[in-house]
Design a protein. Structure first.
Length: 365
């Protein structure tokens, strides 16, 4: 596959990430599936692994694009990312505000709602879960895209040295922030918001993806596909294993908090995911099988699926008698049906908004 084409192996990883997110969020709402402490920790591992995969892929894609267009203006890249993100994002917000989240249209909520339209809802604990609790990641990635051209130049010039520095600085910030939260007796949700949902506590993960992008664009020899395929499977399992080692105890966990294990696991998983990304650039799969076509279909519609999966199940789970009946008969069946529904809605959103955007861009041109 040429380096000027969209890398289907990286897209495969994106598809796996959104399926892991779907599984995690839906099993958190649908009871009776991941119902032991051990299974719940594996479920949490799926979620955090998927989030780090998304951030690392964003860093990778940013470097590859900026390398190919290194003679262009930095602002053009930011505009390109905004045009790709904004239409579906704002459409989703408006639909939710006019329907299930209409209570947020009150005057005393105007500032909190404005945070979503400005892509800064992740900065505040009070806005992280309102309207659509999944959109904090979109705000975080938009914030990264704003600084990506500058980070690209630093990665291009200093390479791994800059990555090591970013790991150290991010670790230090994560430590100081969590110690401050403990000092003020903040609740557990504050650790979540300020440990993994801010650009200053995830910066090293994005940079790791950029390092992989730099290696991908500059290497002269292709990787051994056979070794890469085995490596992907082994590293994927090792990421989940590392998360369990750092966070698991028989009765609780160290996912969030003011302790060394909570500070370390995001950096360790970030390094492992970067290596996974590196291996994925060399596996050279064909994706002609049903499974291959399915995962590419999921990856192509990943953005729409991600935007709508939480509002969908949150609404149906509290208002649909059919959902309650299905849940009583088979939690696993309910999970499958809700997953399929989220995929269908996500594809519909993608198709509708992409057609609208293309039509209007054609008019401008």
């Amino acid at each position: 596959m040429g380096k000027r084409q969209r890398n289907l192996d990286i897209e495969m990883l994106r598809g796996i990430a959104i399926l892991l997110i779907l599984f995690y969020h839906y099993t958190q709402i649908i009871p009776g599936i991941m119902n032991t402490h051990w299974l719940q920790m594996i479920d949490e591992g799926f979620c955090q692994m998927a989030m780090i995969m998304f951030f690392s892929i964003s860093g990778f894609g940013s470097y590859v694009y900026l390398f190919k267009h290194r003679d262009g203006k930095a602002l053009s890249y930011v505009k390109k990312r905004f045009r790709a993100i904004a239409p579906q994002y704002y459409f989703c917000l408006v639909v939710l505000l006019l329907t299930v989240s209409a209570n947020f249209l009150a005057w005393n909520q105007i500032l909190r709602v404005s945070a979503f339209f400005a892509f800064v809802q992740n900065l505040f604990a009070s806005t992280n879960t309102m309207i659509n609790g999944a959109t904090w990641t979109i705000a975080l990635m938009m914030q990264f895209y704003l600084i990506a051209p500058l980070v690209y130049k630093l990665v291009q010039k200093y390479g791994v040295k800059f990555y090591v520095l970013s790991i150290c600085v991010t670790f230090l910030i994560r430590m100081l922030v969590s110690l401050y939260i403990r000092r003020i007796n903040g609740d557990s949700f504050l650790f979540v918001v300020y440990s993994i949902r801010q650009i200053y506590t995830t910066f090293d993960i994005f940079v790791g993806g950029m390092i992989v992008g730099k290696n991908y664009m500059e290497r002269e020899r292709e990787l051994n596909a056979f070794r890469c395929r085995w490596g992907v499977a082994i590293v994927f399992l090792s990421i989940l294993g590392s998360f369990m080692v750092f966070t698991y105890t028989p009765s609780s966990n160290y996912v969030w908090g003011a302790n060394v294990r909570s500070w370390m696991w995001p950096a360790v998983l970030g390094i492992e995911v970067a290596f996974l990304l590196h291996l994925c650039t060399g596996i050279k799969l064909k994706y002609q099988s049903i499974g291959g076509k399915f995962i590419q279909f999921i990856a192509k519609n990943e953005y729409g699926i991600y935007l709508w999966h939480m509002p969908l199940i949150s609404t149906i789970s509290v208002s649909s008698p059919m959902y309650a009946g299905a849940l009583e008969r088979s939690p696993e069946g309910t999970l499958i049906v809700m997953g399929m529904l989220a995929i269908m809605v996500g594809k519909g959103s993608n198709d509708l908004l992409n057609r609208f955007v293309k039509k209007n861009l054609d008019k401008v041109v």
